[in-house]
Design a protein around this ligand. Sequence first.
Ligand code: MN
Ligand code: MN
Length: 433
Amino acid sequence: MKKARSGVSHPDIPAEKSNSKLSRRKFLGTSSAALLTAAVAARAERAQSGQQGTQGRREKSMTDPGPENPPIKSASANSFAPPPTDHGEVQTFWNSFSAAHRRIQDGGWSRQVTIEDFPISKEIAGVNMRLTAGGVRELHWHVAAEWAIMLTGSARITAIDNDGRSFVKDVVKDDLWYFPSGTPHSIQGLAPDGAEFVLVFDDGHFSEGNTTLITDWTRHTPPEVLAKNWGVAEHALASVYQGPEAGKYIFQAEVPPPLADDVRDIGGSIGPTPIAFDFSLSKMAPTRKSRFGEVRVVDTRNFPIAKTMAAAHVIVKPGGLREMHWHQNADEWQYFIQGNARMTVFFTGSKARTADFAAGDVGYVPRTMGHYVENVGDTDLIFLEMFKTDRFMDLSLSEWVSNTPPELVMQHLGISKETLRAIPKTKPLVTPV
Ligand code: MN
Ligand code: MN
């Protein structure tokens, strides 16, 4: 079973990319050369079954005596020793927050994967952010809409809706939020240890460095105009002009008071918004569940404000497969939350490539390109499928062949009626059923 479902022996893929000296030493010591060589040999053996005469020559052809970067090589086993079914030149669809520059400030940090570093990622950009307890991602807005998932800790988010009504909410692990284009908002880490989260934007060109910050805009407005605008004395605004030239962006502040206090103290006279800018994924029953996993689909059908972003939160148990499928209406941006996966993307014209994914990685599949995501690790695989659309949509290979005249399918694939009958008639999303 294990051998049949993956060309890579699992233990040689690190469970997580860790920067600790201990795990790095252990990783380099036990996994790189010997285990990878074994995996390559095992793969070569299967690929060459029935061609014993050429096996020796193939193994010789795959040797690699030159310089290598062992951690990257081991984490990319399906690039180093591709399945024999891979073919042609394919644009890279792997990237990782773990290799992204971190912008570190007092109060937290951010890092991003945008089209600048990940050219295939045209429709979506991603940001990974950490805020300390009290750390603030300052009051701001941007052209792109922002969809988010909390990874750990807790945070307070604020916004106002298009009528100026206020929104204040505390969010925890697996809570989502969505702020439409131009909606002003903030995020602040709460006690005891702040928060980490991933932000997903409906534009591959989005950059966290290009948002409208309240301290940046005010700082770059003539003092007499700002004073006139608010009807206050100019000297009362002196502190605005002592802030950093480019705005605060992230800064350390006091941990905010209890949520009820903030709700009570909100200014203005029109009260709270009736709009839910947040969504609790942990309270949602699976949209689809099978023996090998579960999928939760969140789009405008259950999260109405999220008009430009649809999501599927996928859990695949060890040995399971997010089935072969494609999406008719949008590119797919993926974020890997836990575990190890491999994905093959079939790009038409005989082109296919397989890549490896671990927690912290980002994947991308252009609209309508066929793909699967296989759990090749020993823990549950958890990842997000994100789409710039209002409605999650996919078709699976199984439902296609099982809802097409059988004789026609059999003549294409040369398979028997019994085999065709065994193929799932519905779309389980995660297989085997
Ligand atoms: Mn934002
Ligand atoms: Mn997909």
